[in-house]
Design a protein around this ligand. Structure first.
Ligand SMILES: *Cc1c(COP(=O)(O)O)cnc(C)c1O
Length: 241
């Protein structure tokens, strides 16, 4: 039995059930259009700014993967669900400072936002300390705009080598966010090319995390294996991120 604070209201549960069903349908439709199987796309629900009780509702709607973009919010939410026996795979998708590496390595099963060598060494050490082995995606800065997270396209292979050589991280693929001024297809094609470079270094690192509520169909057409949906599942966020 979950505590009352983690028990969704009937109406919120019904809304989330409906949103998840609609998202699954849209994903299946995009997969069919691309000649892919719907099982080839993992749906990661992004719960940032929403309370832990919404994550419970998502799990009851069949979601198995939950993502967050800020350590300060993610760590307590993951802990709250874990102590209540709600088991999901946790994904960390936001920019990551090295002083947060220990905390993130403790709860995250997947880290989508690895973009520099020094972060690789911090995460590797932290994962070893916790006796964990998170899966790591290299976040690529597709347009090279400064201030945005991500490794430059030209440095993807070198960073892949660095993760491949680590002792406690599993190199699993790439992640990208389509730059606002670009056609999504242009962005996701470039990300697919980066994925190819990574797979030359680690053949099993075939995950491509791409696509959000506004562009997941294009991402699926370009080969995304993970899409990250927030608004489409949970509604509008009060504070923007
Ligand atoms: C917030 C966020 C998402 C989800 O965005 P929506 O547009 O709400 O689907 C996906 N990826 C990252 C990295 C995010 O920060």
């Amino acid at each position: 039995m979950l505590p009352p604070s983690l028990t969704p209201t009937k109406s919120r549960q019904a809304d989330i059930d409906e949103n998840v069903a609609a998202a699954r349908q849209a994903i299946a439709h995009a997969c069919r259009a691309a000649g892919r199987s719907p099982e080839s796309v993992r749906l990661v629900a992004i719960t940032k700014t929403f309370p832990a009780v919404d994550a419970v509702a998502l799990v009851r709607a069949g979601i198995t993967d939950i993502g967050e973009n800020r350590e300060q919010e993610a760590a307590p939410k993951a802990a709250e669900l874990t102590v209540s026996g709600v088991e999901v795979a946790w994904h960390f998708v936001g920019q990551l400072q090295r002083n947060k590496a220990r905390s993130v390595a403790r709860f995250a099963d997947w880290i989508h936002s690895v973009d520099r060598d020094r972060l690789v060494s911090s995460l590797d050490r932290a994962a070893a300390e916790h006796g964990r082995r998170p899966r790591v995606l290299l976040q690529v800065n597709l347009d090279g705009a400064p201030g945005r997270g991500g490794v430059a396209v030209s440095d993807v292979a070198a960073l892949a080598e660095s993760v491949a050589k680590s002792s406690s991280l599993t190199l699993s693929g790439v992640m990208g966010v389509a730059p606002p001024q670009w056609e999504p297809k242009e962005a996701f094609d470039l990300l697919a090319e980066c994925s190819h470079r990574v797979r030359r270094i680690e053949a099993n690192a075939s995950e491509i995390s791409a696509g959000m509520s506004g562009d997941f169909e294009e991402a699926i057409a370009c080969g995304a294996t993970m899409i990250r949906l927030g608004g489409k599942l949970l509604g509008r966020r009060d504070r923007p991120h």
